[in-house]
Design a protein around this ligand. Structure first.
Ligand SMILES: Nc1ncnc2c1ncn2[C@@H]1O[C@H](COP(=O)(O)OP(=O)(O)OP(=O)(O)O)[C@@H](O)[C@H]1O
Ligand SMILES: [Mg+2]
Length: 228
């Protein structure tokens, strides 16, 4: 699964004002590559990921995911395409509050009419240390537990493109390290093309390439500057 973005431009309308967020952003991610996007708070990282996931519309440019130009997809086609191909780990989790951890994790498979065994779901919960929380709803879980569930959900459909927004942001450093080890194990093993937004330079360094989002576009960060 490759990702090619050209001339991506996005602004938000605020009353009569237009707030320019992304300007002619370009990015190419090869199959199985894992890239990091870092950048100041408010620079547009979450906006960028939501455009790539087709969750929001852009003004100009194009996003091509494995030869499919997503700007030409209808809303229904985009929903189907996203379900089949893209895993998303949201910064604010977006778990479904009236469903248990188990149900939150199996829902993406139900929606796609994919066959699965309860034991597979339990195994994925156990991998992120949530076996004992299978029957808990998100309101009955800690922030870090919700984060781990969101991460497991991003991977449950075995997407070929994974978009992750600060997946370790709500975890203490020890748990964060464990969960991110799991994250890297899984994306490397499954050769999942991945865009990881993070504030954590240590995490960014584990990716194949690191880009800084600044002034509306992405700038490749030479590795030597990450070691300072
Ligand atoms: N729906 C919206 N309408 C108007 N402005 C928005 C909207 N969503 C985001 N913004 C603005 O766009 C800018 C970029 O927001 P975004 O959430 O993409 O930043 P970010 O880089 O992810 O920041 P953080 O590191 O804090 O998560 C911010 O200034 C924000 O206020
Ligand atoms: Mg953000």
């Amino acid at each position: 699964m490759s990702l090619k973005i050209t001339g991506l431009t996005k602004s938000y309308k605020q009353g009569t004002e237009s707030l320019s967020i992304l300007r002619n952003l370009e990015l190419e991610v090869g199959t199985s590559q894992v890239v990091a996007v870092v950048g100041a708070s408010g620079s547009g990282k979450s906006t960028f990921l939501s455009l790539v996931a087709g969750l929001d519309r852009f003004d100009k440019g194009d996003i091509v995911i494995n030869q499919t130009s997503i700007k030409n997809l209808s809303r229904a086609q985009m929903t189907q395409f996203r379900g089949e191909n893209i895993g998303f780990v949201f910064q604010q989790f977006h778990l479904i509050s009236h469903l248990t951890a188990f149900e939150n994790l199996s829902l993406p498979l139900e929606i796609l009419n994919r066959k699965y065994k309860d034991a597979d779901i339990m195994q994925r919960l156990e991998q992120v240390g949530l076996g004992p929380r299978a029957d808990h709803k998100p309101t009955e879980m800690s922030g870090g537990e919700c984060q781990r569930l969101a991460l497991a959900r991003g991977l449950v459909t075995q997407p070929s493109l994974l978009l992750a927004d600060e997946p370790s942001g709500n975890l203490d450093s020890e748990t964060g390290q464990k969960v991110m080890n799991l994250f890297f194990d899984q994306v490397r093993k499954t050769k999942t093309t991945t865009v990881l937004v993070t504030h954590d330079l240590e995490l960014a360094k584990r990716c194949d390439e690191v880009f800084v989002l600044k002034d509306g576009s992405l700038h490749l960060q030479p590795r030597k500057y990450l070691d300072l």
